[in-house]
Write a protein that binds this ligand. Structure first.
Ligand code: BTN
Length: 329
């Protein structure tokens, strides 16, 4: 949708705003012709930017679209971890796009953004509804780890999202293994896809779907970030995307230096399952464990204290068991 040259044109327009920036000066600073600048300004208008052309003055940026375009997200990033941002409009699945880039050798820190997905995927082969009003972002990671040691990454990304949401004024909880929750509803989900050799993860694509504003047809179980952030500052999708990316970069950095132990306390403080009666089922719906959730171990497994003692579960879907409490009282 937008690329690095567009970003540089926008940077010049933002720097000049509220005044106009001369097309000639922009062309000279970017080593482009004036015609090439005019063509790119047309492209930016097509992407949703409101840019006025003023005779004798140049181009004036009047408004930017509320989309997670690279050109909107990049200037908001605090972390230098993200090396390349792509996408920002509509796509099938940002995870598929990021996987294609990873397979083609894209470096760690590559990002694919979308304002809408037509074939968004969730865990366990489910669809992920991805209408406008959300942020859909996938990142390429290349952790120098054995696949088993990379196992806690879904939780690491969850902690990162929670950190990011906190910077926007929303305190969220974490529901093992991959949900970020807000007031009892799911506000974000994480889908991790990995290519590994025997002793090394080649790449990991971590895809995050964030419900920002309620849209028609949203599932009843969904929560929305905009409902938890101060009304005075309407949430822009680019700000949400940047907060997610900064949060993920900081949590991944902590994980890279200290392992999951470095995040364990923070995870525990947001763990909405701790002390609750739960059932864990596999993708086929078979019960894998039942008991009281006791937090996660250093490998990111959910610890469950059941009738036959403690078990550590590596994957599955958790449901709360309010019925059990009622039955036992
Ligand atoms: C889940 O909770 O089941 C995980 C949902 C993950 C959805 C995100 S949206 C961005 C990325 N692209 C996809 O197709 N899926 C992930």
């Amino acid at each position: 949708m937008t690329d690095e040259r567009d970003e540089r044109i926008l940077a010049a327009l933002r720097e000049a705003a509220p005044a106009a920036a001369s097309g000639e000066a922009i062309a000279a600073s970017l080593g482009m012709s004036r015609a090439a600048v005019a063509k790119r300004v047309s492209g930016l208008r097509a992407a949703g930017y409101d840019i006025a052309a003023e005779a004798g003055a140049g181009y004036r940026l009047l408004a930017a679209p509320d989309l997670p375009l690279p050109s909107e997200v990049a200037p908001l990033l605090r972390s230098g971890f993200w090396v390349r941002l792509t996408g920002g409009g509509s796509t099938g699945s940002t995870n598929d796009d990021a996987k294609a880039l990873a397979r083609a050798g894209a470096p760690e820190g590559t990002v694919v953004l979308a304002a809408e997905q037509t074939a968004g995927r969730g865990r366990l082969g489910r669809a992920w509804a991805s209408p406008h009003g959300g942020v859909y972002v996938s990142v390429v990671l290349r952790p120098p780890l054995a696949p088993a040691d990379a196992a806690p990454l879904a939780l690491v990304v969850g902690v990162g999202l929670a950190r990011g949401f906190a910077t926007l004024g929303a305190e969220t909880g974490l529901k093992w293994p991959n949900d970020v929750v807000l007031g009892g509803g799911k506000v974000a989900g994480v889908l991790l896809e990995t290519s590994a050799e025997a002793d090394r993860a080649e790449w990991v694509v971590a895809g995050c779907g964030v419900n920002v504003r309620r849209s028609p047809g949203a599932p009843a179980s969904a929560a929305f970030l905009a409902d938890a952030t101060p009304d005075a500052t309407p949430l822009r999708l680019a700000a949400v995307a940047a907060a997610c990316l900064d949060g993920i970069a900081s949590a991944y950095g902590d994980f890279a230096t200290g392992g999951f132990v470095a995040l364990a306390e923070e995870y525990a403080s947001r763990d909405v399952l701790a002390g609750r009666d739960v059932t864990v089922r596999d993708g086929a719906g078979e019960v894998r464990a039942t008991g009281v959730a006791e937090g996660v171990d250093g490998s990111g497994r959910l610890i469950i204290e059941g009738q036959d003692g403690e078990v550590a579960v590596a994957a599955g879907e958790v449901t709360l068991r309010p019925d059990v409490r009622e039955a036992s009282t």
